[in-house]
Ligand binder design. Structure first.
Ligand code: SAM
Length: 302
């Protein structure tokens, strides 16, 4: 008797009905189109149709999406300024066994939007969460950038608060990996200029109006981008994909191959730091919380 094994692709096609049944008490993160309604998946439609209620960043926008797919459903708002109080209400309804779909204005919930907080709250309460995949502007930008994307960093929106912005930009200056930013059109010129001042000239892909009629990807460098946007007005939605600095840290990353204890000893022995200060400095170098480095060093704080 011969046994025919199924490939994983075949396995993936099996049991869709069972896999897609709506589960009581589940939070569904539903990705929605970022400019092209045809990108709404069958699965997303099914979830929106069958959950008990939908939490939406802007109920008017989601109402239009629901009208497009012919779904009538209870909608409650969940956005930046009501997320604490609404999060509690949503979590309580989920805990009581209702199912909820979370959608934001566009794209994948929790990526640069308040969905992140609801996920954290539900995880804390052991409420099951699943994600219905779909468009995400950052991922589209990366795929179209023609820059190295084997490793990348997502930075979202740069802060508009002066000090925080400066700090982030300085950190990005020594980032080896390609990084992705979101930007609003009225801030594009300032951001290109700040990037150029802090990073020098770098390759950049300016991805505009992705999935829409006027989708455009300009692959240039920061100087080229600044010149271009002197001549034209920024319009629409932007993802900026910026090349990392491959030479970053080449000189000052002396600790890269050192075990944590030797890294700390270096600061004590060579720079005469106290043990506390040395641990603080080493933790900062390694991008670790002090408590984690303590654990690595097996040091009892007391
Ligand atoms: N959660 C969303 C996602 O998965 O992409 C992102 C939400 S964030 C509040 C909105 C930002 O995403 C916009 O300001 C813009 O930078 C970027 N974005 C959204 N849609 C876009 C599009 N069609 N083309 C380019 N960028 C877009």
């Amino acid at each position: 008797m011969s046994i025919t094994r199924k490939t994983s692709a075949e396995e993936n096609l099996i049991g869709d009905e069972e896999k897609n049944a709506i589960i009581k008490g589940m939070l569904y993160l539903v990705a929605t189109p970022i400019g092209n309604l045809s990108d709404l998946s069958h699965r997303a439609i099914k979830v929106l149709r069958e959950v008990d209620f939908i939490a939406a960043e802007d109920t008017r926008i989601t109402q239009k999406l629901l009208a497009f797919i012919g779904v009538k459903k209870e909608l409650i708002s969940y956005f930046e300024h009501n997320k604490r109080e609404r999060g509690e209400i949503i979590a309580a309804r989920l805990a009581a066994g209702e199912s909820c779909a979370l959608v934001t204005d566009a794209g994948t919930p929790a990526i640069s939007d308040p969905g992140e907080d609801l996920v954290a709250l539900c995880a804390e309460r052991n409420i099951p969460i699943t994600s219905i995949p779909g468009p995400c502007a950052a991922i589209l930008g990366l795929t179209l950038s023609a820059l190295p994307v084997g490793r990348f960093v997502f930075e979202g929106f740069l802060s508009t608060a002066k000090n925080e912005r400066k700090k982030r930009l300085n950190e990005l200056a020594s980032e080896k990996r390609t990084f992705v930013l979101y930007e609003a059109p009225h801030k594009l010129r300032a951001t290109l200029s700040d990037l150029h001042i802090t990073l020098g000239n770098r390759k950049i892909a300016i991805c505009r109006e992705l999935t829409k009629l006027n989708e455009e990807v300009i692959r240039t460098d920061l100087e080229g981008a600044i010149t271009l946007y002197k001549e034209r007005d920024p319009r629409g939605e932007y993802v900026l994909v910026v090349a990392g600095n491959p030479d970053a840290g080449a000189d000052n990353c002396f600790w890269e191959n050192l075990p944590a204890a030797e890294h700390v000893s270096y600061y004590i022995d060579t720079l005469g730091m106290s043990k506390m200060d040395a641990i603080k400095a080493a933790a900062k170098d390694r991008g670790l919380a002090k408590s984690i480095l303590y654990r690595q060093l097996n040091i009892d704080k007391n």
